[in-house]
Structures are given as structure tokens and as C-alpha cells.
Design a protein around this ligand. Sequence first.
Ligand code: NDP
Ligand code: MG
Length: 401
Amino acid sequence: MFTGIYCRYNGYFVMRRISIFGATGSVGQNTVSIIKRNPSAFDVHAVTGALNIELLAQTAIGLNAKVAVTSESNLLDHLKECLKGTGISAKSGRHALMEVAADPVDVSMSAVVGFAGLELSLEMARHGQTLALANKESLVCGGALLRETCDRAGTKLFPVDSEHSAIFQALNGEKLSDVERIILTASGGPFLHSSFAEMADVTPIQAADHPNWSMGKRISIDSASMFNKAMEVIETKELFNIPSDKIEVIIHPQSIIHSMVGYKDGSIIAQMGPADMCGAIGYALYWPNRTDAGVERLDFATLSKLEFCAVDDSRFPAISIAHSAMKQGGIAGAVFNAAKEQSLDLFLENKIKFLDMADMVAKTVQATATFGNCEASSMDKISKADKWSREFVLNLVEMSE
Ligand code: NDP
Ligand code: MG
């Protein structure tokens, strides 16, 4: 029986108190839509966002939340104005986010984008009962630390990323020792069939145009470069405690199979569904029960084909770079993530080209030893590695100008 890092929730489903971090984002709004389908199942404590104040206020009002928090202190007056007369408390700033992350709830949804989500995930893990984790950066930068924090607090950790939800579902009732391999599927993104030369000149708008999944801008561009899949390989290793050489990636353009687990008898269990994040989010929120999260049903009679092909490493080197980071271990995951985030910022600012991102990340990960690798055992160590990595990328760009 697979137990991994989870504890079975034995009770019946009762109304649960929930906080949603990153409520104004793509995962956040999907979470909101699932809660609204069955409002009596959840008592919403807090919703948080950053820049999108009107949506934050509208979400807080729509869910009858107790508190709304924006990470941006200069937007507090605007938030207060939007919430005037509702009785919902308005807060702002990083400190307020951390305070609210420490408020005890039954379920915390961690759906802030980027490295900013790690410290919040750790705080939610210390104080929540269940951590529904969309913020993959938490595992890539501080997987062991997050797992330990959950273990110490007795917090259940559920994956929200669709591939990891698929793996979790395919492992259900199985022994981890029987697992031979994990096969992560990747859509291949918008440039699956583009030549190297064509990819050299793509714009952020083209890169953010994902063929199958509707997601936030940053993860969509990461999907186009396959850095998202590279992050997910590390995420798999950290979440399921699986050696990296047992994790494979296969391109599956239809995004119907969300990932698979191969067992030592040659059998493979795949989890399927439409490309809709509500499936994975609903599973994490309602486990061990299932809910109708509004996901369309697959019609196999009209599904003409399921295709698969290998990843072209020369056009998509991100996964090899992730393997190099995993081989180094320790703080290298945080270095990898920060270099990827910094390169993406530079691409969005039109300061570097699409293919330069992989180049920058590869060079930075390679240089991890010059920073001094160490265990990613505290927020302080991880933050220092994050800062060093971002500066390293900026120096690379400066030197190339
Ligand atoms: P979005 O960009 O759509 O949303 C991000 C959320 O975080 C928004 O609420 C945003 O606020 C908030 N935010 C941004 N910066 C900060 C900050 N510094 N401090 C606090 N809050 C901040 O992202 P996604 O929903 O796409 O992704 C969220 C996480 O889930 C990412 O880690 C992503 O990799 C992961 N994920 C996403 C999937 C998807 O389908 N989108 C699938 C699987 C994983 P505002 O918008 O108000 O500025
Ligand atoms: Mg995913």
C-alpha cells in the first residue's frame, strides 16, 4: 500500500475551513469555481492576490471570505475601498501574507506563482491540516524542507499539478517498492513542430499561447521551453521520493494521459481526462472522496488518436539541465529555479531571446559549485542561493552585451 508522504483522511467529508493563496491566478480562480459548485463544503477564511485588486475583492465577496490580502502594500487603500461595507478585513504586504498563512485552517491552497510561494507554503505546512500544493517552486527549491515540515506538523501534502495528481492517483493502493518508472507526459507546447531557427525569434506572446492548457503566463512560457516539464521532473523526485533515473518524459500532444506509473510486472497505470486543471484541484480538495468539478467527460468514440514521441533534447535542453541540477543535489534545485525565473523575466522584457533562456540556466546550474553547494535545509540558505543565481544570470547578460 502506497503511503508516501500522505496520511489517509478517514473521516467523512465535513465543512472545511480553507485559505486560497494566489486566489486571483489561474489555479486560484479554478479553485474558486470548484468551491462555488458546492459552497456548503467550505468555509473560506482568506483569499490572497497581488496586483489584481478588483478580482481579489470580487473573489473575497463571492466566497464570503473573512480576510483578503494583497502582497502589494501600496494597493491596500484600493482593496479597502473595494471591500467597503462588506465586513471583510483587508490586509497587505508580505508580513500580512505570512501572518494569514499561519492562521489555522483545514486546507491551504498554495497557488502563488514563483519562488515567493516557498516561504508561504512552509508556513501553511506548519499550521494547516492539508496543503494542496500548486506552487511547484516549493518542491524544486526546498522539497526536503517542505516534506520535513509537513511530517513534523502532521500536515497532509497533496499535489495539484496535473501530472503529479495523475501519479498520485496511479499509485493509489500500490507499493512504492513495486514502481519501476514514472512516465511524465508533456504536450510539447506551441513549438513542438518548430525548427530551431523558428524558435530563435519567437515572442513572449507566441510562447504564452499554449495549445491545450489554459494557465498563467509564466507557466505557459515555461511549457513552451519545456522548463515546466523540467521543473516537474524535480517535483516528482521530491514529492514521491523517487530516484531521478526512474523518471521519464514523453511527448503526448493531446494531453489526455496526464502521467503514468510503470510497475515491475510491466504493467502501466495511466490517469486520463480532459486538459482541465479543475480535475486535479478537485481531487486535492476532496480526497479521499471525488467531486464533480465541472470537467467535461472524455468521449472515446470521438478521440481519434493518442500520440507519443520522444523529447528532442537539442531544441528542448531544459530536462537535461534539470537532471544536472538533481545530480548536484542540495541547493542546485533553488539555483535552477531562480536562473529560470530570472531568464524568463529577461525574455519578457525583450532583453534576451527565447533560446537564450536555456543557455543562461545551463551556465548558472553548472556554476553552482562556485557558490558552494550545501543542503537546502533552511529558508535562509535557499534564499541566498536564489539571490546568487539571479545575480549570476544578470552578470551573464551584462557580459554578453
Ligand atoms: P498566475 O500567474 O495565474 O497566478 C499567480 C497568483 O499569485 C496570482 O494570484 C497573483 O496575484 C499571485 N502573486 C503573484 N506574485 C505574487 C507575490 N510576489 N506574492 C504573492 N502573490 C503573488 O499563476 P498560475 O495560477 O498559473 O500558477 C500558480 C502556481 O501553480 C505556479 O507555481 C504554477 O507553476 C503552478 N501550476 C499552475 C498550473 C496552471 O494550470 N496554471 C498547473 C500546475 C501548476 P495577481 O494576479 O493579483 O497579481
Ligand atoms: Mg503540470
